[in-house]
Design a protein around this ligand. Structure first.
Ligand SMILES: Nc1ncnc2c1ncn2[C@@H]1O[C@H](COP(=O)(O)OP(=O)(O)OP(=O)(O)O)[C@@H](O)[C@H]1O
Length: 332
């Protein structure tokens, strides 16, 4: 696998012919606690197309759970645009919200206690989720076994959660999340309590569901290893998406299949981007930077060093002010 350096080339244009399954633009969520305001999401932009499986990774406190809670319809954003499975999460009323949760989305949380009722068996847990969704399938028993078998836990059908291993519990939780035939599957740290090998198995099971049923899947996690299991990993930093890693397979000149992972900086609608931490640290970029438009790229130099460090480019239009944002992380 080759890792290419981050470059700012991701397009945010939305093709008119298909609405993405998840679309957030300039999403803001401010919490006010004891007179102090916390901006958990600070203008987040995110687009997930139908059938995609995407991971959202970020450090603790970066806003991952806040985003997922909004997308699951349990919380309302302060401002911005948030659409999921055709619903507007800002404007929808209580009734529509309940319908959305019952029919449009499925959730998998980190804790078993949030996913499964402890006094019901695996099959009964799936049956309960189907009943809540008002599923009128004639062969309900067959459908329950189909879902448990899809997640390879058919043999656990008559066991209660305490009789299941961590991996079996999460596979059962995925079956429960699929019981309402959702368009979008949302998972918050689904492997947070599992060891490395079991995590990998559960993520592969989710990939199987994504590929087999075509369900759009968004996994939120602090674990960067998740990127091995998805084609697109989005990094969230300080309540904004900052970089994306795209993975693809290519056959080299020897006929060998190669996995290529390339990291991109996310460019938002007004041209802002966040430079990766290691770039700003290595070049001591802070407060303001110099920019120069080259023929095929933009040069960025520390603003506190002498101007000669930035070579002049003939005929290249110089930025009006030269400096970028106050934080030194973004420019516009
Ligand atoms: N209900 C709330 N009231 C006040 N502040 C909150 C609330 N929920 C989240 N926050 C704050 O918002 C920020 C983002 O929190 P969030 O839980 O979304 O982060 P996270 O990336 O999911 O972190 P972790 O990986 O630790 O779960 C944090 O500073 C957090 O303290």
């Amino acid at each position: 696998m080759t890792e290419a350096p981050a470059t700012g080339t991701v397009s945010t244009a939305v093709p008119a012919h298909a609405e993405p399954h998840i679309l957030c633009a300039d999403l803001v969520r401010i919490f006010a606690a004891e007179g102090v305001e916390v901006q958990a999401l600070q203008g987040l932009n995110l687009r997930v197309d139908r059938g995609e499986m995407v991971a959202l990774v970020g450090a603790s406190g970066s806003g991952k759970s806040t985003l997922l809670t909004i997308l699951s319809g349990l919380d309302t954003p302060t401002a911005g645009l948030a659409r999921c499975a055709g619903s507007d999460l800002l404007t929808m009323g209580r009734k529509e919200r309940v319908q959305y949760q019952r029919h449009s989305v499925g959730f998998v949380w980190q804790q078993t206690s949030r996913n499964l009722l402890p006094y019901l068996t695996a099959a009964e847990n799936v049956a309960m989720a189907m009943a809540v969704a008002g599923n009128k399938t004639k062969d309900r028993k067959g459908r329950i076994m189909e879902l448990l078998d899809l997640l390879e836990v058919g043999y656990c059908a008559d066991r209660r959660p305490t009789e299941l291993s961590g991996g079996e519990q999460q596979r059962t939780a995925i079956a429960v999340a699929l019981a309402n035939d959702p368009q979008v599957l949302l998972a918050d740290e689904p492997t947070g309590e599992l060891d490395e090998a079991t995590s990998s198995d559960v993520l592969e099971a989710m990939r199987g569901v994504n590929e087999g049923l075509g369900i759009t899947t968004l996994i939120v996690t602090h674990d960067p290893a998740v990127s091995e299991h998805v084609n697109r990993t989005i990094q969230i930093r300080d309540g904004r998406t900052s970089t994306e890693v795209l993975r693809r397979r290519e056959v080299d000149e020897h006929g060998q299949e190669q996995h290529i992972a390339e990291e991109f900086a996310v460019l938002d609608r007004v041209g802002r981007l966040q430079l990766p931490d290691d770039f700003t640290k290595t070049l001591d970029l802070r407060e303001r930077v110099r920019l120069a438009l080259e023929t095929d790229h933009v040069g960025v130099w520390p603003g506190h060093r002498p101007a000669k460090a930035a070579p002049a480019v003939p005929d290249a239009p110089a930025p009006e002010t030269g400096p970028a944002s106050e934080s030194g992380e973004a420019w516009q």
